[in-house]
Design a protein around this ligand. Structure first.
Ligand code: 5RP
Length: 262
């Protein structure tokens, strides 16, 4: 049985399907986390099944690892792969220079390690993720549980000297208890409104004791593939300075993933 995809899912799906075409036989591929990345993993699973495509995937979370294995992708660790041909992942925001905010799904640490160890990072997103200036989406910062409230206070104090609109932060929760990352850490979501200098913010945050990593990705993403609900797909490559557009027809039978979670 198939059900009609929502407009947002169509947009994510066409971006993911286009990105799946970047994977070739024998590649080592970083597999992102989140609802858009989950579409990618399913699209790659289809290529494994239909074309016999063989490649190795390095997942960026336990969720993605489980999904990738379930659709027949050969899963290896980053240390087994050492270096990746490409990483394909979603994002919470991207700007015109392809700086990103990531970590809405809480996997920013593994995502940044994996993307940085790749020849190319491709972000897949719907058009609503594009922003003029990063910061409307709360910036996720992974902190160690020890002394997290002290770390939070130090971060808020540091923000006084930064070009931001807001300085409040909140511990991410999972129901009644703190959300725990795959590495056993907490996430602080910083409500900054606007980040005037993303590069500086990323560097200053990472110098603070207690901070493990932050969700700003600068100079990591090479390509963004933007999906639209009418099937249009725009591909922007920051290195080549190129923009191209095409279309993917979404057939009813393409809704193979009605059981999909992120
Ligand atoms: C997970 C991430 C995701 O890529 C980001 O949150 C986007 O998720 P989605 O595709 O569900 O909107 O960074 O840590």
């Amino acid at each position: 049985m198939t059900t009609e995809l929502s407009p947002i899912d169509k947009a994510k799906y066409v971006a993911a399907k286009r990105a799946a075409g970047f994977v070739d036989k024998g590649m080592r591929v970083g597999l992102g986390t989140g609802s858009t990345a989950a579409w990618l993993v399913r699209c790659l699973g289809e290529r494994v099944k239909d074309e016999g495509l063989r490649f190795r995937g390095v997942p960026t979370s336990t969720r993605t690892a489980e999904l990738a294995k379930s659709v027949g992708i050969d899963v290896i660790t980053l240390d087994e792969a050492r270096w990746l041909d490409v990483t394909i992942d979603g994002a919470d925001e991207f700007d015109g220079e392809l700086n990103l905010i990531k970590g809405g799904g809480g996997a920013l640490l593994q995502e940044k390690i994996v993307a940085t160890a790749s020849d190319q990072m491709i972000v897949i997103a719907d058009a609503a993720k594009e922003v003029e200036t990063l910061g409307a989406f709360p910036l996720p910062v992974e902190v160690i549980p020890f002394g997290w409230q002290t770390t939070q206070a130090l971060i808020e104090e540091m923000l006084i000297s930064m070009d931001v609109m807001g300085r409040n932060s909140a511990l991410r929760m999972n129901g009644e208890t703190p959300f725990i990352t795959d590495e056993g850490n907490y996430i602080l979501d910083l409500n900054l409104g606007r980040i005037g200098d993303a590069r500086q913010m990323a560097m200053v945050l990472n110098q603070m004791p207690g901070v493990v990593e932050n969700g700003i990705f600068v100079d990591i993403c090479d390509t963004v593939i933007i999906g639209f609900s009418d099937g249009r797909v725009e591909t922007r490559d920051i290195n080549e300075g190129s923009v191209s557009e095409d279309r993917i027809d979404v057939e009813d039978g393409d809704n193979l993933f009605s059981d999909l979670g992120d």
